[in-house]
Ligand binder design. Structure first.
Ligand code: SAM
Length: 230
């Protein structure tokens, strides 16, 4: 009898981990502060009462890059709890350093694929907001399958959101903005807070590094704000 061979299924990733150049401060922060502010998939379901010692609104940012938006939001909203998810080592080192230097107590970090974090660590109906600012646009047609904002992903995040919770997306790539609008407008269980097929004219968020880079290149920016209504 021929034995079946177990070939692991290759899943399409929305990122490529580039080691990038880490500064000494980022390296040091990764080794010094991970045990204090890092969260691990292996720890299982995230428990805000255990981690933050309190409940409260929970905001998840996917792909925070260097973390400037997340840091300034965590500082501006001390009553809310924040989780950041990223795979880019210099960004993770940078945000850990900021958390420690600025004594930020309402923010924790996963160094993992957000899809795994959502699957393994985030309880249903626990999030007040998911924010994804300038996800990789994956310009080439052959790479569009890597884009994060797709129908399947939106239905993965939906159960994690409380009723009335918000999904805030931003991009500086017009074709991706249109894709986001199409996916979100046709997604079961969501309503556009701005109006049917309308973009937010006020971004209602801090500026990000990737956004500033796009602006230097003359890119426009599109913000989408949807609410879970079913
Ligand atoms: C284009 S950058 C934007 C970074 C930041 N939001 C900004 O605006 O400056 C997109 C980031 O998303 C991260 N990313 C993409 N897919 C991810 C995933 N599935 N889980 C975690 N991070 C992801 C990448 O590592 C990258 O740092």
């Amino acid at each position: 009898m021929i034995k079946p061979i177990n070939i692991p299924l290759r899943t399409v990733k929305s990122f490529v981990v580039r080691r990038g150049r880490m500064t000494e401060a980022q390296e040091l922060a990764l080794t010094s502060f991970w045990s204090q502010f890092g969260l691990n998939l292996a720890d299982g379901m995230f428990d805000p009462a255990q981690v933050f010692g309190r409940s409260g609104e929970l905001v998840l940012e996917i792909g925070f890059g260097m973390g400037e938006a997340l840091i300034s939001m965590a500082l501006a909203h001390p009553q809310q709890n924040f989780i950041g998810v990223e795979v880019h080592p210099p960004g993770i080192g940078n945000i850990l350093r900021e958390i420690a230097e600025q004594n930020i107590t309402n923010l924790r970090i996963y160094k993992a694929d957000a899809k795994d974090v959502l699957d393994q660590c985030i309880a249903d109906a626990s999030l007040s907001k998911i924010q994804i600012y300038f996800p990789d646009p994956w310009h080439k047609t052959k790479h569009h399958k890597r884009r994060l904002i797709q129908s399947e992903f939106v239905q993965q995040i939906r159960p994690k959101l409380k009723m009335g919770a918000v999904v805030h997306l931003a991009t500086d790539w017009e074709a991706y903005a249109k894709q986001m609008m199409k996916v979100m407008s046709s997604a079961e269980g969501f309503r556009n807070c701005i109006g049917e097929h309308a973009w937010a004219s006020d971004p209602m968020r801090p500026s990000t590094k990737f956004e500033q880079r796009g602006q230097r290149l003359g890119h426009a920016v599109w913000d989408l704000v949807f609410e879970k209504n079913v």
